[in-house]
Write a protein that binds this ligand. Structure first.
Ligand SMILES: Cc1cc2nc3c(=O)[nH]c(=O)nc-3n(C[C@H](O)[C@H](O)[C@H](O)COP(=O)(O)OP(=O)(O)OC[C@H]3O[C@@H](n4cnc5c(N)ncnc54)[C@H](O)[C@@H]3O)c2cc1C
Length: 257
């Protein structure tokens, strides 16, 4: 089944046009498709290289099975957070602060500080394979899985941590508001993308309705009707300036399709 999704409404950056997206109801290969989740880390052009696909509600579930947590790829982060809180499960406190769904979180190894989704991961289910964490190459906002993630299994530890939740909430207090995809660039080793952007004069810099926040320079904000091209120009400008000034190659955290 094909569904039309208007990315100027669906994506957190509110950039894009209406595109056909294949709804995946059952596990299969779909190797010519580009899987997407809730588009909180995406910048989608009007002509993506591959046709897009998204998991249906069939993959929106969370359950305890044989003392492990099993979560479907389309399960929203809010549902994961609520389930863990209700069942007194720890290590998922940070998940409630990150918009998205499980598949997107795993692909990005999403997290806050040292709390990352891979920390308690046991394995993921792809087409025909159950891949153990030991066999996955992963790191900061990265994993090498290029297949569709249908489900993931996690270890369970009990004791939901309300104090940690409080700390995470405080960390979010000065996060810029507005349409963004969270951090635009990954932090380079031993450095901060936000600091580099600020040092090349891009904090608060805005053109064509898009710019880097004056609260946190690493947040690219769509202030008003920015296009894919406007966003790409801004990303390129930042990469060039930081490279010219500091010789550092910034890597986009936002996935561009
Ligand atoms: C305001 C804001 C704050 C944020 N703060 C943080 C933060 O603190 N830390 C952090 O890590 N992130 C942060 N993010 C980014 C975002 O929350 C995460 O990257 C999240 O995991 C994206 O999930 P998604 O479902 O929206 O994925 P999408 O944006 O739709 O996709 C992201 C990537 O995951 C892949 N993907 C999606 N589903 C699947 C699947 N089923 N199988 C395989 N690959 C899949 C896509 O192909 C793409 O490469 C923030 C975003 C916003 C808007």
């Amino acid at each position: 089944m094909i569904k039309q999704i208007d990315f100027s409404k669906y994506s957190s950056l509110k950039i894009g046009t209406t595109l056909d997206v294949l709804i995946i109801n059952e596990i299969d290969k779909y190797e010519n498709y580009q899987i997407i989740g809730k588009a909180n880390n995406l910048l989608i052009s009007n002509t993506p290289k591959k046709p897009l696909a998204i998991l249906s509600k069939n993959f929106d579930y969370i359950k305890i099975e044989d003392n492990f947590l099993k979560i479907g790829g389309a399960t929203p982060t809010g549902k994961i957070f609520n389930f863990c809180k209700a069942n007194n499960i720890k290590n998922f406190e940070f998940v409630g602060k990150l918009p998205g769904c499980l598949g997107g979180m795993i692909k990005m190894n999403a997290g806050m500080k040292s709390y990352e989704i891979f920390n308690n991961l046991v394995s993921i289910k792809t087409y025909q394979n159950e891949i153990e964490k030991e066999n996955i190459d992963y790191g900061y906002r990265y994993c090498n899985i290029d297949e569709i993630i249908y489900e993931a299994t996690f270890n369970i530890e009990f004791g939901f941590d309300y104090q940690l939740l409080d700390e995470l909430e405080k960390m979010r207090l000065n996060q810029p508001k507005g349409h963004s995809a969270g951090s635009c660039f990954k932090n380079p080793p031993n450095n901060f993308a936000g600091r580099l952007l600020e040092n090349v004069g891009l904090k608060g810099y805005k053109i064509n309705g898009i710019g880097f926040s004056d609260i946190h320079a690493n947040f690219l904000i769509n202030y008003e009707n920015a296009t894919f091209e406007d966003a790409i120009s801004m990303i390129d400008l930042a990469k060039n300036r930081v490279f010219e000034e500091f010789g550092v190659k910034l890597q986009a955290e936002i996935q561009i399709f």
